[in-house]
Design a protein around this ligand. Structure first.
Ligand SMILES: [Zn+2]
Length: 93
């Protein structure tokens, strides 16, 4: 298994807006072995869990938090579209 280079550990969140979808990736740590894993925030869903690739520990996702995150992601996508449209609707002199 490869260790993540030190400089990458500073990158905790990666955000992309493509095809009107927000893609946010986090690098949380396994609660047991502390290995970082990639978490696509859209897959942080109530009732789901992450199974550590290194030690097999199952980390349950917080249901209420997951629900809140999904709503925020939806709102964020809508807001980003509004920002884009706010520029489109401006008339250039
Ligand atoms: Zn682990």
């Amino acid at each position: 298994m490869q260790d993540i280079p030190e400089r990458h550990k500073e990158v905790l969140v990666i955000g992309i807006f493509k095809d009107r979808q927000v893609y946010i990736e986090l690098r949380p740590q396994c609660p047991k072995c502390k290995k970082e894993f990639m978490l696509d925030l859209k897959k942080f869903l109530p009732g789901r869990a992450h199974s550590c690739y290194a030690c097999g520990t199952i980390a349950q996702f917080d249901g209420q938090l997951a629900e809140r995150v999904q709503k925020l992601m939806h709102d964020l996508e809508a807001s980003i579209r509004e920002v884009n449209e706010s520029f489109l609707s401006q008339k250039a002199d």
